[in-house]
Design a binder for this molecule. Structure first.
Ligand SMILES: Cc1cc2nc3c(=O)[nH]c(=O)nc-3n(C[C@H](O)[C@H](O)[C@H](O)COP(=O)(O)OP(=O)(O)OC[C@H]3O[C@@H](n4cnc5c(N)ncnc54)[C@H](O)[C@@H]3O)c2cc1C
Length: 235
């Protein structure tokens, strides 16, 4: 475990509502596994406030720790939105078992919106380290503009035949050739026909995670073949 005071080093806008925040590493032996999460304190109206965040960077992207958050109207989000390079934060971690499997090589990632963060970390890590995972990502979003890491996901897909990304949009732009609507069992079976051979990872708001898990179980997948990461705090 590590635990240190630090400062924000960089803020990146990912979509109209999503930002990534990077922090300097101010301790020795700061390790984590792709897919894990950590705790972060910042000052909200002068008081320390703590939330959990998945790392959105990969352990192979060195020199900083990053998380990515949807900015909401909450006081915490608003304080985060105002965070700028040089501002204080306290980080501690890592925690979590939502990480790349040692046993399974064929994986399926299901996500909506901000739930992409631990999955992006795992995909980036697998690609950069040349690991032999075969990954299909089914990623649902409200609109094209709200697809976080869109260009990077496209670049990763071009870089290896072992990574496939299928976008699903609720309100697609004119001329959209991808999938439309919400992720459900019919779509899962259509775009991941070998779903029985894959270990599933579901990540996002709790209600979405529960619903997608129910749909997977309805397809006859055993519970042991489903890993979950619920972003408590979102409805
Ligand atoms: C393992 C894990 C990983 C996460 N990773 C991410 C991530 O990568 N990106 C991201 O945007 N969000 C992530 N979250 C959610 C994040 O911690 C915040 O809860 C969320 O961003 C909502 O914050 P807010 O500022 O919008 O709302 P807030 O008003 O701060 O929170 C909304 C409501 O949820 C409650 N709440 C917040 N956190 C918790 C909690 N941990 N347990 C119980 N109740 C809580 C608050 O008390 C409040 O009532 C993660 C959560 C968990 C548990």
């Amino acid at each position: 475990m590590w635990d240190f005071d630090t400062e924000c080093s960089e803020v990146l806008r990912r979509t109209p509502t999503i930002k990534s925040f990077r922090f300097s590493i101010r301790a020795k032996n700061v390790r984590f596994r792709a897919g894990q999460f950590f705790y972060m304190d910042i000052l909200v109206a002068g008081e320390k406030a703590r939330h959990h965040f998945s790392f959105s960077n990969s352990p192979a992207e060195r020199g900083y720790l990053e998380f990515t958050k949807r900015i909401t109207a909450s006081a915490y989000s608003q304080a985060l939105d105002a965070l700028k390079p040089g501002d204080w934060a306290h980080l501690s971690g890592p925690e979590g078992e939502f990480t790349l499997s040692r046993k399974w090589k064929k994986l399926a990632f299901l996500s909506g919106g901000i739930g992409i963060t631990p999955l992006r970390s795992m995909m980036r890590y697998s690609l950069d380290k040349g690991l032999d995972y075969d990954i299909v990502l089914l990623y649902g979003n409200s609109s094209y503009e709200e697809i976080a890491f869109r260009e990077e996901l496209e670049a990763m897909e071009r870089a290896t035949p072992r990574l496939r990304v299928v976008h699903v949009l609720i309100a697609p732009p004119p001329g959209w050739r991808g999938k439309v609507g919400r992720i459900d069992s019919a779509l899962m079976a259509e775009v991941i026909p070998d779903y029985r051979e894959r270990l599933f990872y579901i990540s996002g708001p709790p209600r979405m995670v529960m619903s997608l898990e129910d749909q997977l179980l309805a397809l006859g997948l055993p519970q042991e073949q489903v890993k979950r990461d619920s972003f408590i705090g979102y409805e």
